[in-house]
Each structure stands twice: as C-alpha cells, then as structure tokens.
Design a protein around this ligand. Sequence first.
Ligand SMILES: N[C@@H](CCC(=O)N[C@@H](CS)C(=O)NCC(=O)O)C(=O)O
Length: 218
Amino acid sequence: MITLHAFGSVHPVTHGLTRDLRVQWALEEMGLPYTVRGWDHTGGETAGPEFSALSPFHQIPILTDGDLVLSESAAILIYLAETSGKLIPSDPQARAHVIQWTLAALSTVEGPIQPLKLMDMGAMGEPGDVRAFLTGWTRRVLDGVNRRLEGRDWIAAEEFTIADLLLASVLRQLRHTDLMDGYPNVKAFYDRAMARPAWKRTLDLYAERLGADRSKIE
Ligand SMILES: N[C@@H](CCC(=O)N[C@@H](CS)C(=O)NCC(=O)O)C(=O)O
C-alpha cells in the first residue's frame, strides 16, 4: 500500500505551497489507493530520527510503497507514472520529453522561483542576510548528501551513474568556496568523480575547443 508522508502541521505561511500537494494531486489523478501519514513539522517531528531515516534532507514529501522509500517529488511522480502507466506516454521519445520537462520544472524553472518565494515570505531575513541564508541552506543539503554517502562510493548505486555525474557537476559550482571541506564524504565523492579519466579527458577537450587555460578550469 502506498503511503504519502505529508505535513500534519507546518507554518501557516507555507500553507498551499508545500510539495506534498503535487504528490497527492498525482495520486488523485491516477486514482491510486493510498494513505497519508501527517508529520508535525511545527513540533520538530521531521527533524527527529524517525523521519530522518526516511528523508535524506529531513523534507516532505516522502512516498513509501512496501519496502520502497522514495524522496524527491519528481522521482516520486516518475515512479507513480511508471508503475501505474498513467500520466506518462509509452513511446520512448515522448517519455523522454516528459522527463525533460519534469527535470526542467524542478531545476531550470524552480531554481530562481524558489529563492524569490522564500525571500518574499521573509524566510531570508534582510537583504544583507541573504548570503548567510543561502550558505545555511547549502550546508543543509551538503549534510544530507554527506549522510547518504556514508560507507558508499557513489550516490545512487554501487557503480558510477548519471546521478553521480550530475551531482558532481552541481557540487563543482561550489569550488570557489570551502563549503565542502566540512563534509568529508561529499569531499571524497567529489574528488573521486573529478579523478575519473573521462572527466579529465572532457576538460582537455573543452580547453582545446575553447582555447581555455587548462590549469584555470580544473
Ligand atoms: N526537492 C525536494 C524539496 C522538498 C522540500 O523542499 N520540502 C519542503 C516542503 S515543500 C520541506 O519539507 N520543508 C521543511 C523543511 O525543510 O524543514 C522535492 O521536490 O521533494
């Protein structure tokens, strides 16, 4: 049986915007049977060990289905679509477009919109506090990645996958900071990914293509 782990209580300023809505909407569209477990965010339940065992970043929504524990609203929707055969076409090229726009919605489109929403909600404090807010937020996600990488080489599977390639590419955007230093598993993961011969070859080819100084783009 599917269980949607959703907010049982959360700060009213977020009411109507939380991401448990999108999963419940999909479940309703698909007509799937499910139950809801409401977690008390206001009382700190989502920061506790029971929820932490389900959620890498202590965040809602989570979907459980038998032994499966799944976070990330996009992954949850893809799973529900693939297992039910609903809200996703069967043709591989048409599916690829659905995945394309699923990822675009949550990265390219939501990227600037989420900080704007948080700023307008007052969650970032005064404009001068914005860097401190974003640094704290970054530390929080690094902590989740660090926990996930405990005892693992790669983030999603035993072998290197596209998830590692994407994660390392995202982390690379922090290389002008020392933020990764506080997260040894993340740092080791990043160094492992950057040491891959294919990455080195890619940088060589890139430097050649753009006439860039190879030592400056490492
Ligand atoms: N990328 C995640 C983001 C999840 C997320 O940001 N969840 C928010 C609610 S919409 C949350 O749990 N906030 C409470 C918190 O971070 O403590 C997803 O798409 O599921």
